[in-house]
Design a protein around this ligand. Structure first.
Ligand code: ATP
Length: 587
């Protein structure tokens, strides 16, 4: 077992002992149930040797024997059922907790993790893999444990009948363990591969559904179908390989072993019976036990497939649970104001490709700063750093007088609001979309909606603030969705508001409303706006032009326009020209 699997084993076994009372109940039921089950052949032996072979056929003891036999079998079946329920309860408890922990970890991972992760694979970790772990508890544990106890019970019963024969049967155990070991060695990689493929299938579906509009518009359905078919087919092959390994190696090997042992026993023991040394009833009981002995062994080996799957799944969930969470500082200080200072700030996603170089910037509380620049100049990256999505490699960010690394999660997330280009709307009510679980009052939510100029539109909805918005906020226009996100950000009364191309996707009429809402915030909140359309940020106190991660120009709109040969001036003129041409074309 690798070190990783040992960790997984420890994690999974903790859940077995988590509810000791339940475990004790399941084990007690198992022991009593098995004992009742194992008694069967012993009773049959008594019947054969003491009654049948002796020619004693008195009804009363025979009926009593039969009733005891029936009671034992019924009792065993009933207890097995209740015991299975207890194991299922343990399994569901464990899986519920593991799933919750996995999701809790995902939701607290640093943003950088999601640069590389595939959504479908993450979903697969939380759904399929945890489900496989459930199988471990329900099927493997209850089954294997049940069968091990059954084996011990049978061995005890055999020993009572004839210790030598019991030792012969015991000889089967190491042979079976050897076969299981061999099987694990041979099929382990195939099992791991098939689980990888299963999560690839999930990732594939997820990506396709997420990008459905693009796939259909660019006529890529067939290509996506083809690549999905390929992964699906590969998964089928991998699964078949594991099933074949189990069917071709495991079961036949165990069956062969059991047949050989029974044959050996029959030869040895049969002769003793013929010679009159042993009783027929003992022979019958032995054969019956041997039949039952190999069954649990075969079952155990077959469940090893499940065990392997669960361990692979467990390894993957354990890896996820060990991912480093986003780190926050522990200073109890809140953001005192909305000042921002960048001191020689440098950053790179990959060590050899620097994105931001030695940025120096001081933004006063309530200032309105616009960040402009060509595509790829580092604007969004700067916003990500201000949100502490990534740690800067060199230099420092100060927010409201505190180093960003010292700020605790609550200070940071309440102090800074983000309005992204794509509004993220939950399939919930308008109220809950603004509140976002912060427990705000109706008045606070309405105030935020007023500030975002959305209150009137909300009251026009069928159920006002309690109107359910479909997934993605489909009941609202694009502009209204953006206003809703602004209201959500404002409801936290942030000191700093970051706008990442917040008006890029809305028509110019709605943009006016959004602009007006933002204009009213000017001076009250520090506004940092990343914008491509320069006409939207003309009013900014300062415009900062980024070029390949460096501040190349900075000043008011008028100052930058006056810079002879300046890039901002050129960009602005170009956009003006384009707008004029567009207007002419429309006429
Ligand atoms: N998550 C990431 N991992 C690696 N590189 C990234 C990542 N995000 C952005 N980059 C790279 O960093 C550079 C700056 O990107 P950024 O998105 O900050 O530019 P931008 O100015 O916001 O561009 P745009 O105007 O197109 O949004 C680009 O070269 C980009 O390819």
């Amino acid at each position: 077992m690798s070190a990783k699997s040992r960790g997984t084993f420890k994690m999974l076994s903790r859940y077995i002992v988590a509810d000791k009372a339940l475990l004790a109940k399941a084990l007690a039921l198992l022991l009593v149930g098995t004992a009742l089950d194992v008694v069967g052949p012993l009773l049959a032996k008594i019947y054969i040797d003491d009654y049948l072979m002796q020619g004693v056929m008195e009804p009363t003891p025979l009926i009593t024997l039969l009733l005891i036999y029936l009671a034992c079998q019924l009792g065993a079946a009933g207890l097995r059922f209740i015991q299975a329920l207890s194991f299922t309860e343990m399994a569901l408890n464990a899986v519920q907790d593991i799933r919750k922990r996995a999701f809790a970890r995902v939701i607290r991972l640093p943003m950088s993790y999601f640069d590389h992760a595939r959504t479908g694979q993450l979903v697969s970790r939380i759904t399929n893999d945890t489900e496989a772990i459930k199988d471990l508890y329900v099927q493997f544990l209850s089954n294997v444990l049940g069968n091990v106890v059954m084996l011990v019970g049978i061995l005890i019963a055999m020993a009572l009948l004839d210790p030598t024969l019991m030792l012969i049967a015991l000889g089967l155990v190491p042979a079976v363990v050897g076969i299981i070991y061999l099987y694990q060695k041979l099929s382990g990689p195939a099992v791991a591969h098939s689980r990888e493929l299963r999560s690839d299938i999930n990732a594939n579906i997820n990506e396709s559904i997420g990008g459905m509009a693009v796939i259909q518009a660019s006529n890529q359905s067939e290509r996506f179908l083809g690549s999905f078919g390929a992964v699906n087919q590969e998964y089928y092959r991998a699964r078949m390989r594991t099933i074949r390994a189990s069917g071709a190696l495991l079961r036949p090997a165990i069956d062969l072993l059991s047949i050989l042992t029974i044959l050996g026993l029959l030869t040895l023991f049969g002769q003793q019976v013929v010679a009159g040394v042993a009783e027929v009833g003992v022979l019958y009981a032995f054969l019956s036990y041997m039949g039952r002995f190999t069954e649990p062994l075969a079952e155990i080996t077959q469940r090893f497939n499940l065990y392997q799957q669960a361990m692979v799944a467990g390894d993957r969930v354990a890896t996820l649970l060990q991912e480093e969470e986003q780190h926050y500082g522990d200073s109890p200080r809140q953001l005192e104001d909305g000042t921002i200072r960048l001191n020689k700030l440098s950053f790179a996603y990959q060590a050899d490709k620097p994105v931001l170089h030695q940025l120096e910037l001081a933004i006063p509380d309530g200032g309105f700063y616009a960040i402009v620049g060509h595509t790829g100049s580092g604007k969004s990256t700067l916003l990500s750093l201000l949100l502490d999505f990534y740690p800067a490699q060199r230099g420092q960010i100060e927010l409201g007088g505190s180093d960003i690394n010292d700020l605790c999660q609550q200070a940071l997330r309440q102090g800074i609001g983000l309005i992204p280009q794509e509004p993220f709307i939950l399939a919930d009510t308008v109220f809950n979309n603004i509140d976002m679980g912060r427990g705000l009052s109706q008045e606070q939510v309405e105030q935020a909606a007023h500030k975002a100029h959305l209150h009137q539109a909300i009251t026009g909805l069928p159920n006002g603030y309690q109107t359910e918005l479909g997934e993605g906020g489909l009941r609202l226009s694009t502009g209204q969705r953006q206003q809703l996100v602004i209201a959500r950000a404002l409801a936290a009364q942030p000191k700093i508001l970051l706008l990442d191309e917040a008006t890029a996707n809305i028509d110019s009429e709605t943009e006016q409303v959004v602009q007006q809402a933002l204009a009213e915030l000017q001076g009250k909140v520090t506004l940092i706006a990343v914008a491509h359309r320069l006409s939207t940020i003309k009013q900014a106190d300062q415009i900062v032009l980024l070029a390949q991660g460096r501040i190349s120009e900075q000043g008011t709109h008028a100052e930058l326009m006056a810079l002879e040969g300046g890039t901002y001036q050129a960009m602005y003129r170009l956009q003006q020209q384009a707008a004029r041409v567009e207007a002419l074309e429309e006429q």
